[in-house]
Ligand binder design. Structure first.
Ligand SMILES: [Zn+2]
Length: 334
């Protein structure tokens, strides 16, 4: 008599300001299938919930029989794991949203919610370049700038579930308007939209020829800037360098406050590559005293964009030892 065991999967969802990624993860932490769709963060959340539900159901429909999906771990910005809600995330028009309740109704599966930075640090510590570390800061660089902070092996969530919002610390007093309503936040400079704003300012200020002058400003994207920087375009290089220097200052503040074993950079903007990352790391080495700075490892994630958050969100749901207190789930999440 042969005994067939069910294949157990968990769905992980990484909600970003631009794209949302969905991955199904096996019990040993392998992403067996994934997809992505546009978040459309400026449209009502109800449409997003419908598109996510149909993506999940379409993927489930392709699984062989005896595949069991146990639940959905979601990583999102401004997520409060204690309430299961999003609290007016910057760059989204959703306001305060009871996301766990909306998704459980639409998916008919237990749903747990983590802040995207917290999910990323869990993913890196369990499956990525920070494997086994206990004091780590993961910086997520994309449409926004966030962080996940692990202190002595535990997630730092703060008294209100809002720790790690490095993107909304002040980098340039009186500087650019940020999506959160304040001026001079780090995220207004160190993010894909921040890089684009810096590039447009440099194009206006400087007179060198640049291939970027042929790109209509509304079509300018981070990957286009990175592409031209790699070909030696001076304005593209200057924009990445300036963004890297700003990021370096953010990393210095994080290192001075938390004294981590490592800082890990992950997210879509990390693909902008060498000039941005090199200048961030060299800024850290210039500012942090050498004897101390050399002890803190500066790392770039080895996982693809969104993978760390998907792995972290599903591992938090699966592993109660890693799950912080009070992740909201209404049923079945033992
Ligand atoms: Zn802000």
């Amino acid at each position: 008599v042969s005994v067939h065991r069910d294949t157990v999967l968990y769905a992980g969802v990484d909600i970003g300001g631009t794209n949302t990624r969905v991955g199904f993860v096996s019990e040993n932490g392998t992403i067996v299938v994934d997809t992505a769709f546009e978040t459309m963060a400026h449209d009502p959340v109800e449409g997003f919930v419908r598109r996510l539900a149909s993506a999940v159901q379409e993927m489930c429909g392709a699984f062989p029989s005896r595949t069991v999906v146990r639940g959905v771990g979601v990583a999102a910005p401004a997520a409060n794991p204690r309430t299961g809600g999003l609290e007016d995330p910057a760059n989204f028009a959703w306001g305060n949203v009871p996301l766990v309740a909306l998704l459980e109704d639409a998916l008919e599966l237990p749903v747990s919610l983590l802040n995207d930075g917290d999910a990323a640090v869990l993913g890196e510590v369990r499956y990525g370049v920070a494997r086994g570390m206990r004091d780590v800061v993961v910086i997520t660089l994309g449409t926004g700038l966030g962080a996940g902070i692990m202190v002595n092996g535990a997630l730092l969530q703060g008294a209100h579930g809002a720790a790690g919002e490095v993107g909304h610390t002040t980098l340039v007093p009186g500087g650019r308007m940020c999506g959160c309503g304040q001026r001079g936040c780090a995220e207004a400079y160190v993010s894909a939209p921040g890089l684009i704003r810096t590039t447009l300012e440099l194009l206006a200020e400087r007179h060198e020829t640049s291939a970027l002058r042929d790109v209509p400003s509304q079509d300018l994207q981070a990957h286009i800037i990175a592409h031209h920087a790699a070909k030696g375009d001076p304005v593209a290089l200057a924009a990445l360098t300036a963004t890297g220097t700003h990021l370096g200052r953010v990393l210095v503040n994080v290192i001075q406050v938390f004294d981590p074993e490592a800082v890990v950079l992950c997210g879509g903007l990390v693909k902008a590559g060498a000039p941005l990352i090199d200048h961030a790391f060299s800024t850290v080495h210039e500012i942090v005293p050498a004897r101390y700075g050399e002890k803190v490892r500066l790392l770039v994630s080895s996982l693809n964009s969104g993978e760390a958050a998907i792995l972290g969100a599903t591992s938090a749901m699966r592993d109660s030892r890693l799950r912080p207190n009070g992740i909201a789930a209404r049923a079945g999440n033992e």
